[in-house]
Design a protein around this ligand. Sequence first.
Ligand SMILES: [Zn+2]
Length: 430
Amino acid sequence: MVDHNSRTGARLDRARLTREQFSALRRMLEPVLATNAFYRDKLAAAGVSRPEDIASLEDLRRLPFTTRRELTEDQAAHPPHGSLLTFPLERYTRLHRTSGTTGLPLRWLDTAESWQWLVDSWACGYDAAGVGAEDGVFLAFSFGPFIGLWCAFEAARRVGAMAMPGGGLSTEQRARLMADNRATVLVSTPTYALHLADVARANGIPAMDSVRVTIHGGEPGASVPATKRRIADAWGATCFDHAGATEVGSWGFECAELSGLHINESEFIAEVLDTASGEPAAEGELVLTNLGRVGMPLIRYRTGDHVRLASDPCTCGRTYVRLDGGVTGRVDDAMVIRGTVVFPAALENAIRSVPQVTEYAVDVDRRGTLDELRVRIERAEDGGGAPAAVAESIRRATGLRAEVTACAVGVLPRYELKSRRVRDHRNTPI
Ligand SMILES: [Zn+2]
């Protein structure tokens, strides 16, 4: 809560930004150390009992990490909500839940103040994409317990735009609603943006005509260059990436320079750690401390996101750090195939670079002692040479030989949330 709406904080010089971050952290630690059982005990074990003990990044680095597994275990040990609550239950006004794709679902509670912080953080993404009062924002999600779309929905109101919920509708109905109401902004997963455009086009619905901006979360695709280009072409719009997670909040957005994700450092302290050594590095796992979600905070949370810091400041003038290529994968999604480390996003970029590919699925298997990379693609009618082109594109990007086959259009699954196009069927952990 350095600057409550983060709009001026983005341009502070780095020294001032750091000072503001740590005073926000100390403000948050005051109630947390007093009444948050989870962190009071965890930080006491690290020798921290007073907020003033944490004045710098060096102090912060002495604190233990918080992991997803700890959170899951805590909620199992203290059902249903765990011991990470700073306030009595009656202070909380919202409950959301993770999708459970990476483990047991986590429940996450927010007070009214924490919720406002989440919404304000999300609104930074709209600001950076130039979305405001003239815009109609269509949210192509079913409105379930997943938190991101609720934040995006309320953040639209926060920037004065008109929010249009897209729950309970078929894809065709969504396209019609967008066209009929002249939506100018689409918020969806990257995968679903492509599917929605396909369906609109196939049914002659001019949903794209009024759209000028698309913003994507839930999956990393909008920072994968080939996917980003494809979304921008399909919608005739500027495609922005956005990043966040239920448990930590909306931490990253893309500015109009489209040069990677900015981390919202007014509301988060970010560290990037080498996955092997745990030491600070330019590339590795993103570790976040949120500064305004006092009701259920996270300190040094290992996000599991693999990222790469950009070395130069962004030309937009924001002093926030930037991640080249956004979230380049999940740390535990890294696969070793025939001795080569491969992230699903790298395969996505290679496959989607072939324009005829409309959808794809990747299976990694082991036959005998040899790893096999098999790719199925759906292709446009003029896509006769697509399998060979995809194999060549993968070879160029990763050095790996892939067996690529074409299948009928509509055979492969479509996803609204959390696509799983890459499946590793080998049992051996890396
Ligand atoms: Zn920028």
